[in-house]
Design a protein around this ligand. Structure first.
Ligand code: FPP
Length: 247
């Protein structure tokens, strides 16, 4: 019996978020430049997407470039942007055929023009699809989006369109770049690091966290099945006690 046969397909997470980590270390282990790891990492994106499709996952959010990643050597930043543009343009047709919606979260206006255009075109082409939503977090940081949300809410309060007492959790959620997207039930980080690195801090309040030693370029469909099996073994209490959940 394969791992996928052990999964309850009626109880898979609607939304899985992944911090794809370890490309650089993987490349170094192969005696290659860091960019080689990112290139091979694209194959792991395909694997994760295929596994998500098989498990009826509706949203797959991938942390592809953080606002802090601009601090990396220029050659790596340029290489990552080229890889992104090239990958989207070469894959969009097939993704469209398999009913995937490609969208982004993050400060995409701060990305190179060519990259913005490629992403906008991919969204235009796929936005009416009804399959998996592949969400790329690009130039994203959770603290950035929370600050932006605070500014938008402050403007609404100061111009009188929002009453201070009406600010709720929903007000915050509705002003984040993930507006309309359900919170992830499962967050995965590869490469053995046990951090969330400024990713979806608001949205993961009750997410199950799964950490794996696997470096991202080695990530295969089976690794996503394993993470979902781990998720299905957890009891999600949302602050309550077990007995309340049984009612
Ligand atoms: C983290 O590994 C990985 C990234 C910052 C980039 C991830 C991007 C890809 C896999 C390409 C994505 C492409 C598409 C189309 C979504 P790291 O470089 O931090 O690894 P290290 O911790 O070993 O140095």
């Amino acid at each position: 019996m394969g791992i996928i046969d052990q999964i309850d397909l009626n109880n898979t997470p609607k939304h899985i978020a992944i911090i794809m980590d370890g490309n650089g270390r993987w490349a170094q282990q192969q005696g290659e430049e860091r960019l080689f790891g990112h290139n091979i990492g694209v194959e792991s994106v395909r694997e994760a997407l295929k596994a998500a499709q098989e498990m009826n996952v509706q949203y797959l959010t991938l942390y592809a470039f953080s606002t802090e990643n601009w601090e990396r050597p220029q050659e790596e930043v340029d290489g990552l942007m080229d890889l992104l543009v090239h990958t989207i343009s070469s894959e969009v047709e097939e993704l469209d055929q398999s009913n995937v919606v490609i969208s982004t979260i993050g400060h995409t206006a701060g990305l190179p023009q060519g990259c913005q255009e490629e992403l906008a075109a991919a969204y235009e082409q796929t936005k009416t699809n009804t399959g998996v939503n592949l969400i790329l977090a690009l130039n994203y940081s959770a603290q950035w989006e929370i600050v932006e949300a605070a500014k938008k809410i402050a403007i609404d309060v100061s111009n009188g369109t929002l009453d201070l007492d009406d600010i709720s959790k929903e007000t915050i959620s509705d002003n984040l770049t993930t507006k309309g997207i359900p919170d992830p039930e499962l967050l995965i980080r590869t490469s053995g690091e046990h951090r969330v690195s400024n990713f979806l801090l608001w949205q993961i309040a009750y997410s199950e966290l799964h950490f794996t030693e696997v470096l991202w370029p080695d990530f295969k469909k089976e690794n996503l099945y394993t993470a979902v099996l781990d998720y299905q073994s957890r009891e999600r209490r949302f602050g309550m006690v077990s007995a309340q959940l049984e009612k």
